[in-house]
Design a protein around this ligand. Structure first.
Ligand SMILES: [Zn+2]
Length: 280
């Protein structure tokens, strides 16, 4: 233990701690995640997160050309419209300005930025059998957005920064300060936590099933992807941002009967949707 921890709080330092605690409790909002009902603390506002999402989306569209593959564009438009209608019903998505784009790149990944800005790289669609597999991927990504996982990530960063300020003020110890790394990056290329992944899977499964896509497409996609993952550098992208293991796939299989009930009640049924020919 360093000597800093033996430090006795001075009244000024105690006041500072109380001030920061009060500041935190005034700024933060408590929210219930759609579908899963988990309580979450957020220090960021939805409009702030959405404006960052819109800004970042423009950067991605400037970096990669929009795909001209008619099959992929039509599939994303169809399943995107079906899923966003359900997301608007279940999620707190009234402020979203939805947009769906297939980006032409070999990268095997997809994302939905805060505010409903969805992008799917053509590279991941090359590895899909059918539209229902795309519906799950899109549902999963939208799950991250309506659960505001980006906002949670930023909120953690803010807390870390507040913690660093506190540590600096109270202990004035460089070693301890160094422990507090801060990141304010919204970045979609950062890995989600295991619990974020499970939550996005659950939301994605419900969204796709209610939108009328066969829920078994969730695990057929991931099974094939993770089985092919060894030795394939192309797959590193999606696995680095959306870590997947056998437990995650098993959870999708276990949740299928519940999702199938939702599917059976869906007004319109696409089943597995269009089977991809992958013609360029
Ligand atoms: Zn994910």
């Amino acid at each position: 233990m360093t000597s800093a921890f033996k430090h006795v709080f001075h009244p000024v330092q105690t006041s500072l701690i109380l001030f920061l605690v009060l500041l935190g409790s005034t700024l933060c909002s408590c929210r219930s995640v759609p579908v899963t009902g988990r309580s979450q603390f957020l220090l960021t506002t939805e409009s702030y997160e959405n404006s960052l999402g819109a800004e970042s989306y423009e950067e991605y569209k400037a970096e990669y050309p929009v795909s001209t593959n008619a099959e992929y564009n039509a599939a994303l438009e169809r399943c995107g419209n079906a899923i966003k209608a359900i997301a608007n019903e279940v999620g707190d998505a009234s402020d979203f300005e939805w947009e769906f784009t297939v980006l032409d790149s070999e990268i095997q990944n997809a994302f939905c930025l805060p505010g409903g800005k969805v992008a799917v790289y053509s590279g991941i669609m090359d590895g899909m059998d059918n539209e229902a597999e795309l519906a799950f991927v899109v549902g999963h990504e939208i799950g991250h957005a309506i659960a505001r996982h980006g906002g949670e990530r930023m909120s953690r960063s803010i807390l870390q920064s507040l913690g660093a300020v506190l540590v600096e003020a109270v202990f004035e110890n460089e070693t301890i300060n160094a422990i507090y790394g801060t990141t304010t990056e919204l970045g979609v290329m950062l890995p989600y936590s295991r619990s974020n992944e499970s939550e996005a899977d659950m939301i994605g499964l419900i969204l796709m099933a209610r939108a009328g896509y066969d829920p078994s497409a969730s695990y057929t996609f991931w099974r094939r992807f993770t089985n092919n993952a060894e030795g394939s550098s192309k797959l590193e992208s999606i696995l680095s941002t959306h870590p997947c293991d056998s437990d995650r796939i098993k959870a999708m299989e276990d949740n299928e009967p519940m999702a199938r009930e939702e599917y059976n009640n869906a007004k319109i049924k696409y089943g597995f949707g269009k089977k991809f020919t992958h013609k360029k």
